[in-house]
Design a protein around this ligand. Structure first.
Ligand SMILES: [Zn+2]
Length: 181
């Protein structure tokens, strides 16, 4: 996996770039969690679910189908709970599906573990991109707090830090210009 910190950072930066007029703590929580929650599937390891199974790590939870379901369900629930109109709910739905769908393709950049079942449940094959510059993150907090974990964080900062920083800076600049106009 890419680390959950980086997945969440991608969600927050994109959520910041296209945030709707109304965005409270639920919105920001969804932006951080939707691209990161997929790795909760590691709970399958102590439950005896094999890595390569459909419900194993990087299986169904990492698929585009699950991302569509998760993003839509979250947007519809939030739209209903916060009494948002159809246009605002549609805005949330598109963003949340994109955020949830970002996880699998990001993990496909990693250089270890099994591939990602991007097209599950229709196709069980595990996929990687041909270009895989991201060091795979160790599984488990104890393994993460190690030189390997530090190397992973530094590597992700190198690859994701500049584009995310640019996106946030561009968004702030665009809003500053809009306020001045
Ligand atoms: Zn993952």
């Amino acid at each position: 996996m890419t680390t959950v910190i980086t997945h969440a950072a991608v969600g927050l930066a994109l959520g910041h770039a296209v945030r709707p007029a109304r965005c409270g703590h639920r919105y920001w929580l969804a932006c951080a969690l939707l691209p990161a929650i997929q790795d909760a599937d590691v709970i399958g390891f102590p439950m005896g679910i094999a890595y390569g199974d459909l419900l194993g790590h990087r299986g169904l939870s990492h698929s585009l189908a699950f991302a569509a379901f998760l993003g839509l369900a979250t947007a519809l629930s939030m739209g209903w709970w916060e009494k948002r109109d159809w246009r605002q709910t549609r805005h949330l739905a598109i963003l949340f599906v994109v955020l949830a769908a970002s996880h699998g393709p990001m993990d496909m950049l990693t250089n270890g573990g099994l591939g990602i079942a991007l097209l599950a449940p229709f196709d069980g094959q595990r996929y990687f991109w041909d270009w895989r510059p991201i060091l795979v993150s160790p599984i488990g907090l104890k393994n993460f707090l190690s030189p390997w974990g530090l190397a992973v964080v530094l590597n992700e900062l190198r690859w994701f830090g500049p584009p995310l920083g640019l996106l946030v800076a561009f968004t702030l600049f665009r809003r500053y210009r809009a306020r001045k106009a």
